[in-house]
Design a protein around this ligand. Structure first.
Ligand SMILES: [Zn+2]
Length: 294
C-alpha cells in the first residue's frame, strides 16, 4: 500500500510496496516551503531590515535579490537541508504492524524514515510554511533570523557556541530551522534555565553541556534518535488508522512479558540510527534486532 496522511506541518506517505525480506517500509515526510523575497523599499538597491522582523530590534543592511542569487540560494537550501534529514532514522516496529509475506515467510517491517523538502516561490502552489528571506549586504555577517525569517547566510556554517574545551561549535542554521518546522523544540527544554512554559529561546535552551550543545536542536549539527519524533508521530497515526494486518497479529503477552508489552504499547515505534532489517515473527517476539542479514 501507499497511503498519505496530511498533517499541518507536513505530509506523510507510508509505502509498504517496497517491503521484502531485506527492505523495510518507507515513511516519507514531505515539507513544502514557500520562499518570499524581502527586498529594499521601492526600487532601491540597498536598504535595511530589523532583526527577527521586530521593529524594536537593530537593523541590518540588506540588498535586492537578483533572479540568479535567489535561484541559487533556494537550490542550495533545499538540497542541503533535505540531505541532512533524509534517510537517517529507522523506527523499530515493536508490535509487528504491517506484516507481509515474502516467499513463504512472514516479515514485520521496520520503518525507514525519509525526508523530502520542496521549495518554491510562495506565490506558486500551496505550502506548509512560508519563509521570508533577506539578502544581507556583504558588510553584514549576522542577522537575527527565526524559523520563518531567514537570511542569505543561513546555509553557511557559523560558530554558534563554544564547548567545555574551548572549541567552536559550528552550525548551519537552516538545518536547525527545518527541525523546528518539523515540530522539534530546543534540546534542553524542560531543564533548569529553560522551563517548557517559559521562553524556549533562552540561551540555556540550546544546552548547558557539550552533549546538548552539539545537538542540531542545540548549537551543533548532530542528529540524535529523539529527532525522529515527527516520523514516530506520523507512524502512530498510520498504525491507528489502518485496519489490523491479516498476515500477523502479535500473540497476547505472558505474565512475565506484560511489563514490556505495556511499554511497547506506550512506545510502539522507537528510533535507531542504523539500518535494522525486517524481522520474522519469531525474531520480533524474541525482541531480536537484526542489523545484518545474508
Ligand atoms: Zn531554534
Amino acid at each position: 500500500m501507499q497511503k498519505t496522511l496530511n498533517f499541518p506541518r507536513y505530509d506523510a506517505l507510508l509505502n509498504t510496496d517496497v517491503c521484502d525480506a531485506r527492505n523495510n517500509a518507507e515513511l516519507t515526510l514531505t515539507l513544502r516551503l514557500g520562499f518570499r523575497q524581502i527586498n529594499p523599499a521601492g526600487t532601491a538597491a540597498e536598504g535595511t531590515y530589523h532583526d527577527y522582523g521586530d521593529a524594536t530590534a537593530p537593523t541590518r543592511k540588506i540588498i535586492r535579490w537578483t533572479p540568479s542569487a535567489w535561484a541559487s540560494w533556494k537550490h542550495n537550501f533545499v538540497r542541503s537541508a533535505q540531505a541532512f534529514w533524509n534517510g537517517k532514522f529507522w523506527l523499530i516496529n515493536h508490535l509487528g504492524y504491517f506484516g507481509y509475506r515474502a516467499g513463504r515467510q512472514i516479515f514485520l517491517p521496520n520503518i525507514w524514515c525519509r525526508f523530502v523538502l520542496q521549495g518554491s516561490d510562495a506565490n506558486i502552489g500551496s505550502h506548509h510554511h512560508t519563509i521570508d528571506v533577506v539578502r544581507l549586504h556583504p558588510s553584514e555577517n549576522w542577522f537575527g533570523s527565526h524559523s520563518t525569517l531567514y537570511d542569505s547566510l543561513d546555509t553557511n556554517s557559523v560558530r554558534k557556541g563554544t564547548d567545555s574545551h574551548g572549541q567552536p561549535i559550528m552550525q548551519r542554521a537552516h538545518v536547525h530551522e527545518v527541525g523546528h518546522l518539523l515540530g522539534l523544540g530546543h534540546v534542553a527544554i524542560g531543564q533548569p534555565g529553560c522551563p517548557a512554559n517559559g521562553n524556549t529561546n533562552a540561551s540555556a535552551c540550546y544546552g548547558t553541556n557539550d552533549h546538548d550543545q552539539y545537538s542540531v536542536m542545540g548549537e551543533g549539527m548532530q542528529l540524535r534518535p529523539e529527532h525522529a519524533q515527527p516520523w514516530i508521530d506520523a507512524m502512530r497515526q498510520f498504525a491507528a488508522t489502518e485496519p489490523p494486518s491479516t498476515v500477523y497479529t502479535i500473540p497476547a503477552p505472558t505474565i512475565t512479558q506484560l511489563p514490556q508489552r505495556m511499554l511497547d504499547m506506550m512506545f510502539p515505534f522507537t528510533a535507531v540510527m542504523r539500518r535494522h532489517y525486517p524481522r520474522t515473527p519469531a525474531e520480533l517476539e524474541a525482541r531480536q534486532m537484526i542489523t545484518s542479514r545474508h
